[in-house]
Design a protein around this ligand. Structure first.
Ligand code: ATP
Ligand code: MG
Ligand code: MG
Length: 550
């Protein structure tokens, strides 16, 4: 894409390099918690972290932030790796915060020995109450003055499993009067007798995010630790731990998370949609997950382009999902082969065309490509499927399709004129009768007739069938998480529309998942991952047009 000015993170990195900081080295990390599938918001963070490193000859670690044993799972680890690779990025090292549990424990012991951490027996409610309010300082309790030796013993006992969940916590002794609530003796460790997906039952105490994250960054010598804005107030604590422990001085920088309208983007909420069967799975094509977008037909390039276009903001904002659709349309317009499929069929009979004859028409693959990108044969015959809404019994003026007396061109074939139609007992139109103009064949048209409309078609005896799935927004409101009540009340009941039997031109049986096709006039489609040769299923990735202006 075109030249753009540096974003604020690039400016910081360039200043650091110019100042010779870290010897000019750039090491970022992408730190997902393996408690769900990655979503489009994560792709912003991925493009940013990997993109910055690529631009400045650095590297990026993939670090699983797996300090919360109860919600994590290897299924998620595997999906996260697959999605990052699919987006086109390669990590330097695959690491796990849980691999640092021993080291983190030792760090905690150092802080206790330096009288900078203590074991607190208070309940969560008591701790919250003693923390005070933003305008009132907190009050120390009797545990804050425990001796170093007692703290060392109690912490060792916590680790040894002597206490039940919630009985004690380890807190950093920072400043109970700090205007920053995160510095009012934050929790470092809690007791949780839970099985961990990697460390098994070795541990029954687990470090809190604030104690694990910065220390993991420092252990790996991460130079630029990029996270979202909600961590701004955590930054002083991030720096405090690193300073007190005299570790590698990783630095935290914050950017605005990506919010998309008509979407929810928290893993907790996405998990509810899956568990409560509002969608089929994490990779349901309506989901904003990377796997859902992939199954829907999005390309890695379109998602990277989207992340590039939205830029890096320092203030929360809401991005129009139309921009994401614009990016995939632009990409597929350049690459997708054009094919014909009739989604809502009605039969069109060419009364003057010879019975039983098949003519082979030719269509180019993509008019956007010089030379058409090759082409394919399309069988043509007396009976065709066309779209029901390409015919009207009482067409208004300027209806450039079919109605009695009107003419259209059949794409890659002839001009036809509508003469008549047939209705069933209920008044539904069942057949349209037309005559074709033999001298009007595409590429060899001597008819001298100009028609405004061109429609797609599929020859009845040659047609193959497919199930076609059309998608609409999953939510009916722009910001479902900010409405009254449960976000699920705002689900769009019509987000999936299944057409069980569409007619497709024979060449479409060669479609493969992940390679988009354009169904002319209907949008971009891709074969679903569960499609079989006996039962083809196409997902519509996106329609051809909308109002988005680039
Ligand atoms: P969620 O709320 O969806 O569970 P999370 O932040 O808890 O998100 P993590 O697995 O911890 O999920 O995220 C990994 C990285 O991706 C973090 O650095 C996080 O800041 C970033 N990230 C998550 N959501 C977004 C988003 N919407 N926009 C940009 N970055 C995001
Ligand atoms: Mg997180
Ligand atoms: Mg989360």
């Amino acid at each position: 894409s075109e030249e753009r000015s540096l974003n604020f993170l690039e400016e910081i990195v360039e200043e650091d390099i110019a100042a010779g900081k870290n010897g000019g080295r750039v090491l970022t990390r992408f730190p997902p918690e393996p408690n769900g599938y990655l979503h489009i918001g994560h792709s912003k963070s991925i493009c940013l972290n990997f993109g910055l490193a690529q631009k400045y000859n650095g590297e990026t670690n993939l670090r699983f932030d797996d300090t919360n044993p109860t919600k994590e799972d290897v299924e998620y680890v595997d999906s996260i790796k697959e999605d990052i690779k699919w987006l086109g990025f390669e990590w330097a090292e695959e690491l796990y915060a849980s691999d640092y549990f021993d080291q983190l424990y030792e760090f905690a012991v150092v802080l206790i020995k330096n009288n900078l951490a203590y074991v607190d027996d208070s309940t969560a409610e008591e701790i919250a109450a003693q923390k005070g309010t933003p305008t009132e300082p907190g009050t120390p309790n009797q545990y804050r003055s425990r001796s170093i030796d007692e703290n060392l013993q109690l912490f060792a006992d916590m680790k040894a499993g002597k206490y039940p969940d919630g009985a004690k916590v380890l807190r950093a002794k920072v400043d109970l009067a700090s205007p920053n609530m995160h510095l009012r003796d934050p929790l470092m460790y809690r007791i949780k007798h839970a099985h961990h997906h990697r460390t098994g039952d070795t541990w029954c105490i687990y470090p809190m995010y604030d104690f694990a994250h910065g220390q993991s960054d420092a252990i790996e010598k991460i130079t630029h630790s990029i996270c979202t804005l909600e961590f701004v107030p955590h930054r002083p604590l991030y720096d405090w731990f690193i300073e007190q422990l005299d570790l590698f001085p990783s630095k935290q920088y914050e950017f605005a998370r990506l919010n998309l309208n008509y979407t929810v983007m928290s893993k907790r909420k996405l998990l509810q949609l899956v568990d409560e069967k509002h969608v089929e799975s994490w990779d349901d094509p309506r989901m904003p997950t990377i796997s859902g977008l992939r199954r829907r037909g999005y390309t890695p390039a379109s998602i990277r382009e989207f992340c590039e276009r939205i830029g890096v903001a320092k203030r929360e904002n809401m991005i129009d999902v139309g921009l994401l659709e614009f990016c995939i349309r632009e990409d597929l317009n350049k690459t997708a082969w054009r094919r014909m499929a009739v989604l809502d069929p009605i039969k069109c009979i060419l009364t003057n065309y010879p019975d039983g004859e098949t003519e082979i028409m030719h269509g180019e693959n993509n008019p956007e490509v010089e030379g058409g990108d090759g082409g394919r044969d399309i069988p043509f015959s007396k009976e065709l499927w066309i779209e029901r809404d390409d015919f009207m019994e009482d067409p208004p003026k300027k209806f450039f399709r079919l109605g009695v007396g009107l003419m259209v061109r059949l794409k890659n074939a002839y001009i036809i004129r509508c003469d008549d139609f047939v209705k069933d007992a209920d008044g539904n139109v069942t057949e349209i009768h037309c005559t074709y103009l033999p001298e009007s064949k595409s590429g060899n048209d001597t008819s001298g007739i100009n028609v405004k409309g061109t429609i797609h078609w599929v020859s009845v005896p040659h047609a193959k069938t497919a199930e076609v799935r059309l998608y609409d927004r999953l939510f009916q409101v722009e910001d479902p998480s900010n409405e009254d009540g449960d976000f699920k009340e705002y689900l769009n009941p019509n987000s999936l529309h299944i057409l069980p039997k569409a007619y497709i031109e024979p060449d479409l049986t060669n479609a493969i998942p992940g390679k988009a096709v354009q169904f002319m006039r209907k949008g971009y489609f891709t074969l679903d991952k569960y499609s079989t040769p006996d039962h083809l299923v196409f997902n519509r990735t996106v329609t051809l047009k909308d109002g988005w202006k680039s």
